[in-house]
Design a protein around this ligand. Structure first.
Ligand SMILES: [Zn+2]
Length: 338
């Protein structure tokens, strides 16, 4: 059974930990996350972007996730839509069986143009009404994140639309979202910072301010890969050409988790791990041509990164803390105003 993200994040808030949300496009990535979750006994959030849905096709993705619930019954597991660009996209995900959706109304449906506050509130509120009626969780976004992810993003530097705490409070009151993605200087992609960012560069004080205004709203950090040098080095050692770059330091994420961050989005680190492992096989054993010879180490490399993040975010050991609530029951709770 796929469970509601609301339940996972409520539990995380109670336990004072964060939960990583890892992007997937194929079977190996789902397997890597599930193995890491089992090894660390972690609840898990698997997320798919619009790009992932078109790459893998909805039904492949959904049924792979159902397989994961059968193979790993002890893991509370959420299937979340990352960066839904419109009410229709969110609806199609809910119809398919996603248990959580992000309505990113910070951008217009083209996924590029920053929108108005009024547009964002209107679109997000529509999704909340539709989703909550079916027990599905909603993440909204206020402020505009930096960079571009899977073709989605304004391509700005992450600091041009930092979230305003006043506006965040207004947004949550008007929409009723369960979780809120905030822009505090993070960006999507590998090239986040030219040098290691400090808490000041990351506007951690802004995050703390938002949490103080909205103590009951689960905050979400996007673009939170740490882009470790070791992973960059493996790629470059085996013929890759990555420019030097810095991600979000794990200690800043942990500071966020102490201040209301419950969902932490990580994608780039897994991409780096997979690519490094594949390059290594290609360079060291160029005679090999069985896809399993490089997909197995790739899957293993991603599993290692995911397990490490699950431990760092504090979700490790919490898989068995609670009984999953069916989303039909969540729908009743929303209807009763709980
Ligand atoms: Zn994002």
């Amino acid at each position: 059974m796929l469970v509601s993200m609301r339940q996972l994040l409520d539990e995380a808030a109670q336990g004072g930990y964060g939960v990583g949300a890892f992007n997937v496009n194929n079977m190996e990535q789902i397997q890597a996350i599930m193995e890491a979750a089992r090894e660390t006994r972690s609840p898990a959030i698997v997320q798919a972007s619009r790009g992932a849905r078109s790459y893998a096709q909805d039904l492949y993705l959904y049924h792979l996730m159902l397989a994961a619930t059968e193979l790993y019954p002890e893991i509370p597991l959420v299937l979340h839509l990352d960066h839904g660009n419109s009410v229709e996209t969110c609806k199609s995900a809910i119809d398919l069986g996603f248990t959580s959706v992000m309505m990113d109304g910070s951008l217009m449906p083209d996924g590029k143009t920053p929108s108005s506050f009024e547009y964002n509130v209107g679109a997000t509120r529509k999704v909340v009404e539709m989703a909550h009626a079916r027990g599905v969780t909603v993440e909204g976004e206020i402020g505009v994140l930096g960079g571009i992810e899977d073709g989605h993003g304004a391509g700005l530097d992450g600091l041009s639309h930092v979230t305003d705490p006043e506006q965040a409070a207004e947004f949550v009151a008007q929409t009723g979202v369960d979780a809120l993605a905030i822009a505090i200087g993070t960006s999507h992609g590998a090239y986040k910072f030219a040098k290691k960012p400090t808490g000041e560069v990351l506007k951690m004080d802004r995050l703390i301010e938002i949490h103080q205004r909205l103590p009951k709203t689960h905050l979400v950090m996007h673009g939170s890969s740490s882009v470790p040098k070791e992973l960059q080095d493996i790629i470059n050692q085996y013929g890759g050409k990555l420019r030097p770059t810095f991600g979000v330091p794990v200690e800043e994420i942990q500071l966020g988790i102490k201040n209301g961050v419950r969902k932490v989005n990580v994608d780039t680190d897994n991409r780096l791990a997979i690519t490094g492992a594949i390059r290594k096989v290609f360079i060291e054993t160029p005679e090999k041509f069985d896809p399993r010879d490089y997909l197995k180490p790739a899957r293993e490399a991603m599993k290692k990164v995911v397990a490490e993040r699950m431990t760092q975010f504090g979700q490790a050991g919490h898989a068995g803390d609670y009984q999953p609530i069916p989303i039909e029951e969540m729908a009743k709770r929303y209807a009763a105003g709980k």
